[in-house]
Design a protein around this ligand. Structure first.
Ligand code: C2O
Ligand code: CU
Ligand code: CU
Length: 444
């Protein structure tokens, strides 16, 4: 019996590895093809037409080593232009994937090679940056992991890529994008949440295992409040970077674009138990996935201290820095879609941008004058939240995306370290499509 279980476990692990992972070595080029295809959801008899990378939902897991150069050749087999943006990576501006800013859109039938110098390890993800609210929603997105040079002895890693879909009764994707309703509210929220493209998947773990869980929010608009019921979970990284102080996972708003890495240990005496990962954001929380603990003896729990990064843009760096830019976030009638979301009342590409000097600390304020949610994301930098509503609220970690709540004001500090034009936008993709995007030029 025991042997049987073990065999099953290793089989599953190996199936997962075959389906989902692609490891790049320095000399290899990863081929990605964006194309139309179909995907089977469990509740429908017919397949759902989707757009995907390499026929996979989510796209292939791309993994590479810190310090290596990763080359990804994207072929566009869609019938509209596309690009890929590597969310969270600090790379050469020309590889950032923003059409009209860092590159021309890749036309149908064309391809483009992205050369990514991976200086930092962490949990990242990739997605198009063209017609975003539709291309991501139809399925174009995937996880990118950069492994540390020095690996720590985790028993196992779990990757949980959260998403949601708005499906119709016949299984097809609701075909209207950027609707007035979505624009007036918090974007397009789906009716089918998925984890790694599956509905409420059950994952097998073993007693005693110490697991690094990487959770990524790849949804267009949905905010998740992940809770692992019955397990102690510590947040060790946010948006790909190690935290400055490890803290328990509690009320962490994982908005579109955000990632957290957490450290959990499966209790030794928990064989046969089930732990639920739930989303506590809606009034009625619901299950996203579960962890089932296999029968059998406990594994020895690895003992080690997770590395932190307390010295990376510490809050004190901004003590004597004046606010260099305030962006007021609000909606207005007009614009291409009838309702526009502005930053200082400007709609992208007519944006109120800013120019910064390389290496000089800057303070920025996002002031939400609306009653909606705005997860504000900046390309090419990490920043630290310093204040909320004028009061000190220093977070023990840096981010690339911060949720600005209704009528809330958030002050952040950042140090531009890479030249070029970096965009900043709301990661509720419908809001971004309606104009909520601007640019930060660095030594430009
Ligand atoms: Cu994931 Cu411009 O964003
Ligand atoms: Cu980004
Ligand atoms: Cu928004």
């Amino acid at each position: 019996m025991m042997k049987h279980t073990k065999l099953l476990i290793s089989l599953t692990a190996c199936l997962l590895a075959i389906n989902w992972s692609q490891r790049a070595s320095a000399s290899e080029v990863i081929e990605l093809e964006a194309a139309m295809g179909s995907f089977k959801f469990p509740f429908f008899e017919t397949e759902t037409p989707v757009w995907h990378y390499n026929s996979q939902i989510p796209g292939p897991l791309i993994r590479a080593q810190q310090g290596s150069t990763l080359s990804v050749n994207l072929t566009n087999s869609l019938d509209e232009p596309t690009t890929i943006h590597w969310h969270g990576l600090r790379i050469d501006n020309a590889m950032d994937g923003v059409p009209g800013v860092t590159q021309d859109p890749i036309q149908p039938g064309d391809s483009f090679t992205y050369d990514l110098e991976l200086s930092e390890a962490g949990t990242f993800w990739y997605h198009p940056h063209f017609n975003n609210s539709e291309q991501l929603e139809r399925g174009l997105k995937g996880v990118l992991i950069v492994d540390e040079k020095e690996q720590q002895p985790w028993s196992r890693e779990l990757i949980l890529f959260l998403d949601d879909w708005r499906l119709q009764k016949d299984g097809s994707i609701y075909p209207h994008f950027n609707t007035p309703h979505d624009l007036m509210h918090d974007g397009r929220w789906g009716n089918v949440p998925t984890v790694n493209g599956k509905v409420k998947p059950d994952l097998t773990v073993r007693p005693g295992e110490r697991i690094r869980v990487r959770i990524i929010n790849g949804a267009n608009a949905r905010i998740f409040l992940p809770e692992l019921q019955g397990l102690q979970a510590d947040v060790i990284a946010v948006d790909g970077r190690p935290v400055s102080n490890i803290f328990p996972l509690e009320q962490f708003y994982l908005s579109p674009g955000n990632r957290i890495d957490i450290d959990i240990t499966i209790p030794e005496n928990s064989a046969g138990k089930k732990f639920a990962l739930v989303d506590g954001f809606p009034r009625n929380s619901y299950q996203l996935a579960s962890l089932t603990v296999a029968e059998g003896p406990a594994l020895k729990t690895p003992e080690f201290t997770v590395k932190t990064a307390g010295d990376f843009i510490p809050a004190e760096m901004f003590d004597d820095v004046a606010v260099s830019k305030t962006w007021d976030l609000n909606a207005f009638r007009g614009g291409e879609l009838g309702i526009g979301w502005g930053m200082n009342q400007q709609f992208w590409p007519d944006a109120d941008g800013v120019d910064f000097e390389l290496g000089r600390p800057q303070k920025i304020v996002f002031q939400n004058s609306s009653a909606r949610l705005h997860p504000m994301h900046i390309h090419g930098v990490f920043f630290r939240v310093l204040e909320r509503n004028g009061k000190p609220a220093v977070e023990p970690f840096t981010r690339d995306t911060v949720l600005v709540g209704p009528r809330e004001t958030v002050a952040i500090g950042l140090v531009p370290e890479h030249k070029g034009i970096w965009v900043a936008h709301c990661h509720i993709l419908e809001h971004a499509e309606a104009g909520m995007m601007t640019s930060i030029g660095v030594d430009n």
